[in-house]
Design a protein around this ligand. Structure first.
Ligand code: LLP
Length: 431
């Protein structure tokens, strides 16, 4: 019996043996020739498909998928998602401006999280009339009340609570324990909601949570929902009826390229969430990011040199840690593949960039098929927290970005120029 093959989790493939790696129907070789390298390439179809998986899995409940803008904030991607009904999770005034620039009509589908919102950011959110402000401290709630009264705009708020749920992930991206800086201790929440119940400028719209990122097991999400649901019940008995529960983001992917079934994973996630929410009648807000964008993207780089130092072989690419910092910052694994594989034996190499730091690596002691200077390699699963976390360190120009949609490639961000980089600086004084 032939078992059905598990759907590939990535849009990158070789149409024929020996051909170049493609994104959907578009050759990465052709894109690199046209737009240069390093180059981010994304599949619009996959991002849309992943959004659809969430929308389908939660079909039975009133819900809104609020894409987490920090993951990949390209205007073209925000527009793509907004056009398909997505809302947005933002964490700064800048992200709010981005959503308004890409899709002004989506303002009413925005939730705003973040531990340190400024007065200016709160004003911007109130004026834009966003769906919900996720408040992370009592002091922030006081400021929100004051600004709402001043601007005469009723503020819909949720307390972002810290449910004290452990999620097994990298310590930098785990957020749901009491000792983390995020949210309000769930044991304080009831008292705080009650304390502002009479305020005419505040509407207790919901309660929110985000327990961390790149979480592979769905069980902690269910546990967090149970705690929020219990709190919503307690509030209901006090006469405070919440309209929404915000489950945050965090669902992880398989960076090691295992063939996993994304749709099945989302269904498993939905089941865990729904189990935790039984009895809650309101709207469910979701803030996925990585799961929608990570596997849709690759960073294409050119090999500059291959050199041996002692016992080690280094493959030096024109992309560096400033373009994709995840390996350096979290020891994250990204699969690296030659765009046009050569015949011959794989070697154990370090794949590194030109930046002047030993931390500038993409992979260490990694088996890689033979590559020569001038060859292209693709760093996979780079659609999330790649370009969004890039910088100009070493005065490097950030990559261009291409979106492949319906078999056609479109430049969505041109490569930076040195003039772009120098523009904000004041001319050095003449002495
Ligand atoms: N909602 C809130 C409030 C968040 O803080 C985050 C991510 C998300 C949603 C989206 O989480 P996701 O679905 O993408 O896991 N730079 C790190 C990840 C940082 C996550 C920050 N918060 C990385 O490259 O792994």
């Amino acid at each position: 019996m032939i078992l059905p093959s598990t759907p590939s989790p990535r849009p990158f493939h070789h149409p024929e043996p020996g051909s170049a790696l493609h994104c959907e129907k578009v050759s990465l070789e052709a894109l690199a020739r046209h737009y240069g390298t390093p180059l981010y390439v994304y599949s619009a179809d996959q991002i849309v498909e992943r959004l659809g998986m969430f929308q389908q899995a939660f079909y039975g409940r009133e819900h809104l998928v609020c894409y987490s803008v920090k993951v990949n904030s390209a205007l073209a991607i925000l527009k793509l998602l907004a056009d398909r009904g997505a809302g947005f999770d933002i964490v700064s005034g800048g992200e709010l401006e981005r959503v308004l620039a890409a899709a002004p009509a989506a303002a009413c589908r925005i939730v705003f999280s973040g531990v340190g919102k400024t007065e200016a950011e709160i004003d911007l959110a109130l004026r834009a009339g966003i769906l919900e402000i996720n408040v992370e401290s009592e002091a922030e709630l006081e400021l929100l009340a004051a600004r709402a009264a001043k601007l005469k705009k009723k503020a819909r708020f949720a307390l972002r609570v810290n449910p004290d749920v452990f999620a097994d992930t990298h310590p930098y991206i785990s957020t749901g324990l009491r000792e983390h800086k995020f949210g309000i201790d769930i044991r304080q929440a009831l008292r705080i909601y009650k304390s502002v119940a009479g305020n005419r400028w505040l509407e207790a719209h919901g309660v929110s949570v985000h327990i961390g990122s790149q979480i592979r097991s769905t069980e902690p999400f269910g546990a967090a929902m149970e705690r929020l649901n219990k709190l919503a019940g307690q509030l209901r008995r006090e006469g405070i009826v919440l309209k929404a529960i915000d489950a945050g983001g965090g669902l992880g992917i398989d960076y090691h390229g295992g063939s996993f079934d994304a749709a099945a994973k989302v269904r498993e996630y939905a089941e865990a969430i729904e189990n935790g929410l039984s009895g809650f009648e309101g709207q469910l807000l979701l803030e996925p990011g990585r799961f929608l964008a990570a596997q849709a993207g690759a960073l294409v780089a050119r090999v500059l040199y291959v050199k041996r130092n002692g016992r080690k072989t280094f493959v030096i690419t024109d992309a560096a840690m400033n373009d994709l910092i995840r390996p350096a910052l979290y020891q994250a694994h990204h699969e690296i593949v030659p765009v046009r594989p050569r015949a011959g034996k794989s070697r154990t190499v370090d794949v590194v960039g030109p930046v002047c730091e030993s931390g500038d690596f993409f992979a260490r002691d990694r088996k890689l098929g033979p590559v020569k200077p001038g060859d292209l390699v693709a760093l996979l699963d780079a659609g999330a927290y790649g370009m969004a976390q890039s910088s100009n360190y070493n005065t490097r120009l950030r990559p261009a970005e291409v979106l492949v949609e319906g078999g056609k490639a479109r430049l969505i961000r041109r490569r930076e120029t040195i003039a772009d980089l120098l523009a904000p600086e004041l001319a050095p004084a003449d002495h």
